[in-house]
Design a protein around this ligand. Sequence first.
Ligand code: NAD
Length: 249
Amino acid sequence: MGKLDGKVAVITGGGSGIGRGVARLFAGEGAAVGIFDLDAANAKAVADEIAAEGGKAAIAIGDVSKEADVEAGLKSLVSALGSDVDIMVNNAGMDTTHELDGMPTDMWDRMLNVHLRGTFLFTRAVLPGMKKKKWGRVINLSSQLAHKGAPTMTHYVAAKAGIMGFTRALAYEVARDGITVNCVNPGPINTPLLNSLPQDWLNRKKNELPIGRFGEVDEVAPVFLLLASDEGSYFIGASLNVNGGDYMI
Ligand SMILES: NC(=O)c1ccc[n+]([C@@H]2O[C@H](COP(=O)([O-])OP(=O)(O)OC[C@H]3O[C@@H](n4cnc5c(N)ncnc54)[C@H](O)[C@@H]3O)[C@@H](O)[C@H]2O)c1
């Protein structure tokens, strides 16, 4: 018996890093997993890994910030997986660095669109199905940097703080429909996104951490399983820090 037997989960950005780890963990617990990602090769590789381990997975390729991609992707995943979505993980993301002084407008817009608009579009699209089932889980990726701040990341931190606010507001709206909405705030986790940041930023960050090292995907993925499973039913609008002690609250 898996903790997610019979559930359909969609994970945006499931082709890499944290999303890949969550997709594999959920599939191992019995969920049918839909991976929505910009990167077709990576998405297919993760679906193949899941199939090789005896799980069920489907992929859809698109950009979370584009309404038409979200609608088409969701339709194809629901059709492939055979049911409306029970568990939505809004994980797709990217990062860039620039001081606010001189930040290009399109850099700001892209960051807000991928993280915040993407979370809005996917969540709005899956809610009617969850309401029909009177059960649902929405798990959003914020970041501990939304609490702590970070130089050269006003756009990223603003987007992640927005996701935290979105999580709390929506949690009120749907809790009585059997739907929980929460967010996970990872610290620095060893993924391609983290490793795309400048080396001096990474060195400084590692030195700041009480634990003295970056986290691994397997150290954060179990938090998603807790929130996704029946055991997570009393987490409403929570914001769970998994951050090596970088920000303690
Ligand atoms: N790794 C960290 O240290 C860390 C810390 C805090 C929060 N996060 C958040 O966790 C999430 C996952 O990050 P990760 O570190 O696993 O990154 P990653 O780069 O390993 O994976 C991100 C995935 O999202 C996909 N993606 C990016 N933009 C997309 C778009 N517009 N539409 C569809 N797919 C898109 C990428 O193709 C990739 O597969 C992000 O939201 C990130 O901000 C990461």
